[in-house]
Design a protein around this ligand. Structure first.
Ligand code: SF4
Ligand code: SF4
Length: 188
């Protein structure tokens, strides 16, 4: 831990730790820093803070350190860390909670492309009730204004019929109902 972070600890507000507990329902105080979450994470090599370090920062109330990290945006929600934790700390849920808080507070995502992808994915589900890949890609391209990235691969996949040309309808009503219930619960 560097000097800046030691200073931050002095200025820390534990309200961030409490907020993570209230919003995500996770008590990070059970973590005793064994490191099992980080050693099992398939994406740890891409992260600036390992999952263990991120949990430690949340324990210490280092909100800025957490918000400025790329870790939660790179997390693939594979749940390996949560499964391995001997203290049953749901690390993946902490990652999601931090992302929710960042958006609620209208702070910038450190990896904006991941947020744009998530928004395109959710919008697509809301609209079609199930994933319509071409629609999601179209929205993602509009959000990123990067129209040529992966174009060659997309054409190849289209030729191999990996995408449906039109949105499917089977089960879409039920999924829309679930999403609407989730929205109601979120508002409540
Ligand atoms: S596995 Fe659990 S107890 Fe160990 S460092 Fe990670 S969160 Fe903490
Ligand atoms: S859920 Fe995220 S942090 Fe946990 S092991 Fe998977 S990628 Fe890593």
């Amino acid at each position: 831990m560097n000097t800046d972070e030691v200073i931050q600890i002095k200025e820390k507000s534990f309200s961030f730790t409490d907020t993570v507990a209230a919003v995500g329902g996770i008590d990070v105080s059970f973590c005793y820093q064994c490191g099992k979450c980080a050693t099992g994470c398939p994406l740890v090599h891409e992260m600036d803070l390992t999952p263990t370090q991120l949990i430690h920062a949340v324990q210490l109330g280092l909100k800025d350190t957490v918000y400025n990290s790329k870790t939660m945006w790179l997390c693939a929600s594979c749940l390996t860390c949560s499964t391995r934790c001997p203290q049953k700390v749901d690390i993946a849920e902490v990652m999601d909670t931090v992302k929710i808080l960042i958006q609620r507070e209208k702070k910038k995502a450190t990896v904006p492309s991941v947020l744009k992808f998530s928004k395109s994915f959710i919008d697509n589900l809301k609209l079609f009730g199930r994933l319509y890949e071409l629609g999601m890609i179209a929205e993602l391209k509009l959000r990123t204004l990067n129209f040529t990235q992966d174009l060659a691969m997309g054409i190849k996949m289209l030729k191999k019929h990996k995408f449906n040309l039109f949105p499917g309808i089977s089960g879409s009503r039920e999924v829309r109902k679930i999403l609407s219930q989730v929205r109601k619960q979120e508002k409540a």
